[in-house]
Design a protein around this ligand. Structure first.
Ligand code: ADP
Ligand code: MG
Length: 471
């Protein structure tokens, strides 16, 4: 199926073509016809599956383009506000639609001027509610979207959302999007939606199949070594390493910098300007590796992230889904790698069950194995290199004092130094050890020692929510 079948206006079809979109994603196929018919909707689909266009395209199609704000999109974070606004702008600009963002941390006046001019606004809840409460803006949108609703919940925005909706007209079309569907989200939906249609992309499509998921069992003290070895081996183009706390982010950032990697830390405490600069550097390739906390990397959309590393396994399945969704975006392949200690194997099983996907267990390659791979690459690279005139000059120069074989040895030593693999020969558990552990954890389960009872789960969820709030 192509986008043509939605019979959008020419201006919109043009914008879709310019964006390079060929085929609608599953959530787009299902959601767009429903939205075009005017229904309220609640939709669940994995991150990176194109939810923005799923609501953006049909809304832009239906907008009159007359003056005034016709569409309000509410998102949890400033980064997302900018990202969603950029995406909507590129689809709306051919129809002359203007978008504006509204979020905290910047001057009111400039934002208000832009809002007055806009047809679509993308806002975070806090600032939006401020503006509405203080009567600085009045809104009468026909279309209202609540994007990434589960993240709003996690960040404690539900009360603000409810208050915002008190300021909105009853006569409107409301859409809600979420990657996961906890109970509180369904309850919120009942409150703000009007006889909604619901759309869920099936389980097998829920975890993006372009992402390979692997885990490695290591002892706690081996995490740094394991991480460096895997980066050495996988050679990621761009990657994100997730940590549990900002302290861990800071420590790992300095360590990796000292090891010669181009890294940047990203956590919730950073100033807005600094975060924007950091994200830009990552997008432009000045930084290869992001080291981030969950909250800081919410919704981050960078196309060519080849690997996501979980330095620790996340507390809950929802975080896991959000984290690995930073790779495998826009049809690219991605790999998600999780380091676990032996006593965390149970968590792996639970996450697999919750997200309906399999994580493969792997053994960390030895130093020798990585060295062998790098040497092979180096040989290929040397064979493919073109000889330059200045290189010929250089060798001529050297030949005055040194014989040609020695020159070759010297040059080879120079390039080899750059690909030499550091660290211990063996890191982490081997195949037999991992299998023994897996068997043992199954055995325990059979004896009724599985602590994942409902009560335990609830306690765990409460605890993890609390901990995350403090980051
Ligand atoms: P989600 O909100 O579900 O996490 P996004 O809306 O951020 O996903 O989309 C992820 C990326 O995929 C974006 O860069 C977007 O431009 C791209 N994308 C969305 N739909 C399509 C499509 N049909 N074809 C190609 N790329 C798409
Ligand atoms: Mg989104």
């Amino acid at each position: 199926m192509t986008f043509k079948e939605f019979n959008f206006k020419n201006t919109l079809n043009q914008a879709i073509e310019n964006a390079g979109f060929k085929e609608p994603s599953p959530i787009q196929k299902e959601a767009i016809p429903i939205i075009l018919k005017g229904y309220d909707m609640i939709a669940q689909a994995q991150t990176g599956t194109g939810k923005t266009a799923a609501f953006g395209l049909p809304i832009i199609e239906m907008m009159s383009g007359d003056s005034g704000i016709e569409t309000l999109v509410i998102v949890p974070t400033r980064e997302l506000a900018m990202q969603v606004s950029d995406e909507l702008f590129r689809f709306g600009k051919t129809a002359g639609l203007k978008t504006a963002t509204v979020y905290g941390g910047t001057a009111y006046n400039r934002q208000i001027d832009r809002i007055k001019d806009a047809n679509i606004i993308v806002a975070t809840p806090g600032r939006l509610l401020d503006l509405l409460k203080s009567n600085k803006i009045k809104l009468n949108p026909k279309f209202v979207v609540l994007d990434e609703a589960d993240e709003m919940l996690d960040m404690g925005f539900v009360d603000e959302i409810k208050k915002i909706f008190k300021y909105l007209p009853k006569d409107r079309q409301t859409l809600m999007f979420s990657a996961t569907m906890p109970k509180q989200i369904k309850m919120l939906a009942q409150e703000i939606l009007n006889s909604p249609k619901s759309v869920t992309v099936t389980k097998s499509e829920r975890t993006n199949s372009d992402i390979t998921q692997k885990f490695y069992v290591v002892s706690d003290y081996e995490r740094d070594d394991a991480l460096l070895r895997l980066i050495d081996y996988k050679n990621p183009t761009k990657s994100i390493i997730f940590c549990r706390t900002k302290k861990e982010v800071d420590r790992l950032s300095s360590y990796m910098t000292s090891q010669g990697f181009k890294v940047a830390g990203l956590h919730g405490d950073m100033e807005q300007k600094q975060r924007e600069r950091t994200i830009k550097a990552f997008k432009e390739g000045l930084v290869d590796i992001f080291i981030a906390t969950d909250v800081a990397a919410r919704g981050l959309d960078v196309h060519d992230v080849s690997h996501v590393f979980n330095y620790h396994i996340p507390f809950d399945s929802e975080s896991y889904v959000h984290r690995i969704g930073r790779t495998g975006r826009a049809g690219n392949k991605g790999e998600a790698i999780t380091l676990v200690s032996p006593n965390e194997l149970r968590t792996i099983k639970r996450i697999e069950k919750d997200v309906g996907a399999k994580m493969l267990s792997r053994v960390i390659p030895t130093r020798q194995e990585v060295q062998h791979r790098k040497d092979t690459n180096l040989l290929n690279q040397i064979a493919k290199t073109k000889i330059t005139p200045s290189a010929i000059e250089l060798v001529k120069e050297l030949q005055h004092d040194i014989d040609i074989v020695t020159i070759a040895h010297l040059l080879a030593s120079m390039v080899q130094k750059e690909v030499s693999v550091k660290g211990k020969e063996k890191i982490g558990l081997n195949r037999e050890e991992i299998e023994r552990l897996i068997k043992r954890s199954k055995y325990q389960k059979g004896r009724g020692r599985n602590r994942d009872s409902r009560r335990h789960r609830e306690r765990r969820d409460r605890k993890s929510r609390k901990r995350r709030d403090s980051f």
